[in-house]
Design a protein. Structure first.
Ligand SMILES: CC(C)(COP(=O)(O)OP(=O)(O)OC[C@H]1O[C@@H](n2cnc3c(N)ncnc32)[C@H](O)[C@@H]1OP(=O)(O)O)[C@@H](O)C(=O)NCCC(=O)NCCS
Length: 301
């Protein structure tokens, strides 16, 4: 099942209909979403905020507080540590427990261990005792503001396996599944400016810049964003016709250069002086090089 980059422009992607014809792996019975959440935290009505017809396969449930789930947790951590190896930001095991499993929601996609591609087995590792092996991970933690969550972690096996074994949009759909399942209304998150992941993060709703320069983080060139989750944005990830969203934004007349500290600090100063809120345009983020300057917008009310 080869990774397909862009879904044909002529393909209609409807948020309320199955996505299987555009993304065939979603219908593969050997690949299913998983929920790794302590039982007391489970949602009464999963999927109640954003109506979405993309996730028809039942999620596999594992209770992280049960001893027998430790092998599944080990595989999540194995995937995570390899995915974040190059950025030197792997998650310590205790952070996974204290800051993810206990307060939050851990989910992703899993694949039948018997159907894992060879490159997954050799490059990431596997445990023959497990029926299902996690191939992606998304973690969100609730904040003190009702309806607002923080995205703590997103990773997939795609960057670690052979190209022919990659599943196109696994990262995007892992995050979409988590947002849909948890009924997230508002999501804050972080990304390093110029990280390719910013192309995914900007496709779930309006993309407000909360901080442009963040010296309190280990990486000062961190962008903190806040998205008001909006299903209008989701299909444009596949069709790349996000220019239809342009009418929602008004340019402020200034730009930010993600490669330049002074430019990031200048935007940060405007934010601190409460001149915002300021937004980035998902279509520009997706279609421009990662080091290109980005226009800063206000959202039309
Ligand atoms: C970032 C990450 C989650 C993306 O997941 P993925 O499964 O590879 O990505 P998807 O297939 O869902 O999406 C691919 C799209 O994302 C963007 N993208 C993802 N990785 C990219 C890369 N290395 N270079 C350029 N664009 C990339 C592109 O827009 C691409 O779509 P396009 O080819 O149609 O333009 C994954 O690469 C990963 O685990 N990276 C390491 C951990 C990490 O940096 N996590 C993000 C923390 S904020």
């Amino acid at each position: 099942m080869q990774a397909k980059r862009v879904v044909e422009k002529t393909t209609r992607v409807d948020l309320n209909a199955p996505l299987d014809s555009a993304i065939p792996w979603l219908a593969d019975p050997d690949i299913r979403p998983y929920v790794f959440m302590r039982k007391e935290n489970l949602f009464a009505q999963p999927g109640s905020y954003t109506q979405c017809g993309w996730f028809s396969q039942e999620a596999i449930y594992r209770n992280p507080l049960h001893m027998k789930s430790v092998d599944f947790a080990d595989q999540i951590l194995m995937l995570e540590s390899k995915a974040f190896q190059s950025s030197a930001m792997p998650m310590p095991r205790w952070v996974f427990y204290d800051c993810s499993i206990m307060p939050g929601f851990v989910c992703g996609f899993a694949r039948k261990t018997s159907s894992l591609p060879k490159s997954h087995r050799s490059n990431i590792g596997y445990n023959e005792k497990l029926d299902w092996t996690p191939i992606s991970l998304f973690i969100i933690i609730p904040t003190v503001r009702p309806g607002e969550w923080v995205a703590h972690n997103l990773c997939t096996a795609n960057s670690l396996v052979e190209k022919s074994d990659q599943l196109y949009s696994l990262g995007f759909l892992t995050k979409a599944f988590g947002l849909w399942y948890a009924g997230v209304e508002t999501l804050c998150g972080f990304s390093q400016w110029q990280s390719p992941s910013i192309r995914l993060h900007s496709h779930y709703g309006s993309f407000e810049v909360l901080t442009a320069y963040t010296p309190v983080h280990s990486h000062a060139r961190t962008l903190t964003y806040r998205s008001k989750i909006n299903g209008l944005y989701w299909p444009t990830f596949f069709t790349q016709d996000g220019d239809q969203l342009n009418s929602r934004y008004t340019p402020t007349g200034f730009e930010v250069d993600p490669t330049n500290d002074d430019s990031l600090k200048s935007l940060q100063t405007r934010i601190e002086q409460e001149e915002g809120p300021f937004y980035l345009n998902p279509h520009e983020i997706r279609t421009q090089p990662l080091d290109a300057s980005l226009k800063i917008y206000r959202l039309k009310s």
